[in-house]
Write a protein that binds this ligand. Structure first.
Ligand SMILES: Nc1ncnc2c1ncn2[C@@H]1O[C@H](COP(=O)(O)OP(=O)(O)OP(=O)(O)O)[C@@H](O)[C@H]1O
Ligand SMILES: N[C@@H](CCO)C(=O)O
Length: 318
């Protein structure tokens, strides 16, 4: 529920003349989302989304916006960034970087069935393949280095049991990232935050992935693990739902076959995906930022998922 930087229709009236979008007719803050300030923006030309970036810099943003452009040009279903008359995708508004992208139709499918998981798996594989020739490089800014930076900031807030879990898992992930199998994993641009609320459906038809602002260059398998940990679980327990896992993985494998190294790395990678979001939710919970409307997500949700991925073998990749 975040609008960190309020914007009014008057604010954009003049600002938007640099874009080929005609006059703005409506602007409405979007409550959902916790990282940026998002607004539905209607103009004479159509419906768009205006995002003001609260944490990412002008230097970091071209990777994300140009990746969306690159993917949209290769028929991967993502919002298309709108360039201004000077061809710029990122323009200052209220002193912060801002962008306008096309609005995806439909809505998020928060109770997915296997059919939805299959759509996501196939599109995710197509997205990975389409990103192979993307020329810009930027690491996953919420990868292992960020986990190492963040762990000491949240440890003091944890129970003895959770502090032990966090220290032990960080040790495990450091060793995993250094092993030969990990080094054989396929890498490229990944979304890295492909939760149910970052995908649009119209019924059973997937209309697009969005919110690429945690994307980076990382292992494709990390992306699959993050996605499975949100789309294919029982929300109360974190236990994997085999039918949805099979639907997503088989659809992905049918587009881009998984490798033997990925098969070996699958369980540790599911743990990595759970750790990453447990850490970011702990960080947001204990070091909250000012916002007009911000409801941080529950860290316990990913503590449960991490414990479950440690305790229970997941269905194989293929
Ligand atoms: N291109 C788009 N088309 C349609 N709706 C969009 C689009 N981009 C954002 N939205 C709407 O805005 C909401 C917030 O967007 P987004 O998820 O990018 O924000 P965020 O702050 O990065 O949130 P979080 O990282 O917590 O998912 C989405 O849940 C969706 O309802
Ligand atoms: N998708 C993240 C929030 C944005 O990164 C979460 O649910 O913790």
């Amino acid at each position: 529920m975040a609008v960190f930087t309020p914007v009014t229709l008057d604010d954009v009236n003049q600002w938007i003349t640099q874009f080929p979008l005609g006059k703005p007719t409506a602007l409405k803050g979007i409550a959902s989302g916790i990282e940026n300030s998002n607004f539905f923006l209607d103009t004479e030309q159509g419906e768009y989304v205006l995002t003001i970036f609260e944490n990412l810099s002008f230097e970091q943003l071209p990777f994300y916006l140009q990746l969306m452009r690159h993917l949209a040009d290769r028929q991967v279903l993502v919002p298309a960034p709108i360039p201004n008359h000077r061809g710029e995708l990122i323009v200052a508004l209220h002193g912060k970087p801002a962008a306008i992208v096309t609005k995806l139709e439909g809505s998020s499918q928060m109770a997915p069935q296997p059919v939805h998981c299959a759509e996501v798996g196939a599109m995710l594989a197509r997205m990975h393949l389409a990103g192979r020739d993307y020329p810009l490089q930027q690491p996953n800014l919420r990868g292992l280095d960020w986990w190492n930076d963040t762990t000491p900031k949240v440890l003091p807030h944890l129970s003895d049991s959770n502090a032990h879990l966090l220290r032990a898992e960080m040790h495990f992930q450091e060793a995993f990232a250094g092993c030969d199998t990990y080094k054989q994993l396929q890498t490229g641009p990944v979304h890295a935050d492909l939760f149910r609320n970052n995908v649009m459906f119209d019924g059973e038809r997937l209309t697009g992935f969005f919110d690429f602002y945690f994307a980076g260059c990382d292992t494709w398998l990390f992306d699959v693990a993050v996605t499975v940990n949100d789309w294919c679980i029982d929300l109360d327990t974190g236990v994997l739902d085999v039918a949805r896992v099979r639907a997503l993985l088989d659809a992905y494998h049918g587009v881009r076959p998984f490798t033997a190294a990925e098969q070996t790395a699958w369980q540790p990678m599911l743990r990595a995906g759970a750790l990453r979001f447990w850490l970011s939710r702990l960080y947001d919970y204990y070091q909250p930022r000012e916002a007009e409307m911000l409801t941080p997500h529950d860290p316990t949700h990913f503590e449960r998922i991490l414990r479950e991925r440690i305790a229970t073998l997941a269905p194989k990749l293929f």
